[in-house]
Write a protein that binds this ligand. Structure first.
Ligand code: RM4
Ligand code: MN
Ligand code: MN
Length: 394
């Protein structure tokens, strides 16, 4: 038991997860948005909410920014972001260019048949890299809506070549410490083919882009029966796992709170990572990020719930007895090997997590502290005075 407590504390000490600025804003589905009076509209409100989540959990020192929604002036907006970081106690994290909302991207960005649009998309990424550098952010995270809706309407190989060309040019703009993360998604908004549809395509494109490119795994961006932890294990082995967008889902890219549907899958992902670290003797260089869109749950509540869930599942994964596991695997002792995972997953880590929080001056139950703390009432009143504006994406 003591040994377990030490492992849990150790795990919590090294685990940090990035919050998405868009997770505090009004979002919804394509059928509509249910506006929340306390939802953040301005970048200052997003920083304030993120700072509050970090103050309650101690696990979220950075905030992911979407360039178009948060810093439309690009590098010119860096000073304001720096001011907000200092004021609210969270740093800018990954920088996310927007290559899907502008009208010119109707038929794609990096894969658009028009050279001028491809050039505009490339320029936006280069500008985003400059913004990231001005903010001392390491990761520029690329997600493409590019694809087609009907067979025969797009030249798949030609578009792939255009992607390689633009990714290489983007990579060339990186500073020595920066990284380019390439995210994949099987479908939506494109419903016939998506240019970067899976981890294999993302891996090949990251390799083609250059040595500072990595793959980003969004847990919701897979077909239902896909073994996500195997993908994680392969990317680790190839040295190409750059980061995660965490969320959960029941059907497709549902963007539900992490672990709400299948906590064992998240545990298995964390297990693959921590086993890799145990076997290689060093930390895996991975950016853990949340990418959720809360349509019905309260924005801040949902975010705290996800952070607490991520901490608990990461801590559980740290309890796997590796010596026992590896021995059982070598001996093909299936039941014992499987039990190593099941025992760790079944362990109640909550008391140790509460102790860890108390020792750091954090509330033992961040969700309860949020409900009782008055922040929500305060921002609801303050934000009611300005017109609610549905921001971000549906
Ligand atoms: C996508 C993907 C990206 C996110 C956009 C808005 O489904 O998950 O990471 O930036 O949504
Ligand atoms: Mn994502
Ligand atoms: Mn998504």
């Amino acid at each position: 038991m003591r040994n377990n407590d030490v492992r849990i504390v150790d795990a919590l000490q090294r685990f940090a997860v990035e919050l998405p600025s868009w997770g505090f804003a009004n979002t919804g589905t394509r059928f509509g948005k249910f506006l929340q009076p306390a939802a953040a509209v301005t970048i200052e409100e997003k920083f304030s909410d993120a700072g509050h989540v970090h103050a309650l959990t101690g696990a979220c020192p950075t905030l992911a920014l979407h360039v178009l929604w948060d810093v439309p002036d690009g590098a010119g907006g860096a000073a304001e972001i720096d001011r907000l970081s200092a004021l609210y106690g969270v740093r800018a994290g990954s920088i996310n260019p927007n290559l899907f909302q502008d009208q010119q991207y109707k038929f794609g960005s990096f894969g658009n048949p028009e050279a001028a649009v491809r050039a505009a998309a490339r320029q936006h990424v280069v500008d985003s890299i400059a913004l990231a550098r001005a903010l001392r952010c390491r990761d520029v995270s690329l997600w493409f809506a590019d694809g087609s809706n009907y067979p025969g309407t797009a030249n798949i190989r030609q578009r792939r070549a255009w992607f390689v060309e633009n990714l290489r040019a983007s990579h060339a703009a990186l500073g020595p410490d920066q990284r380019l993360l390439v995210e994949y998604k099987p479908f939506e908004p494109a419903f016939y083919h998506t240019d970067i549809a899976d981890w294999g395509m993302a891996l090949l494109l990251a390799r083609a882009a250059g040595p500072q490119a990595r793959v980003l795994v969004d847990t919701g961006h897979h077909y239902l029966s896909q073994n996500v932890e195997q993908i994680v294990a392969w990317l680790l082995a190839e040295g190409l796992l750059g980061g995660f967008h965490f969320n959960d889902r029941r059907y497709a890219d549902d963007d539900l709170t992490l672990g709400s549907i299948d906590p064992y899958q998240v545990f298995r992902i964390f297990h693959e990572i921590q086993l890799f670290e145990y076997e290689t003797g060093g930390p895996a260089d991975i950016a853990y990020m949340i990418d959720q869109s809360h349509n019905l749950k309260g924005k801040i509540e949902a975010m705290i719930q996800t952070v607490a869930m991520a901490q608990a599942l990461y801590a559980k994964a740290a309890l796997v007895d590796y010596d026992r596991l590896l021995r059982a695997q070598r001996q093909a002792d299936l039941v014992r090997a499987e039990a190593c995972l099941q025992d760790a997953f079944a362990t109640d880590v909550r008391p140790a997590i509460r102790d860890w929080r108390a020792a750091r001056g954090l509330p033992a139950d961040p969700l309860e502290a949020f409900r009782e703390g008055g922040y929500l009432q305060k921002i609801t009143a303050a934000r009611a005075t300005r017109a609610a504006s549905p921001s971000s994406y549906a």
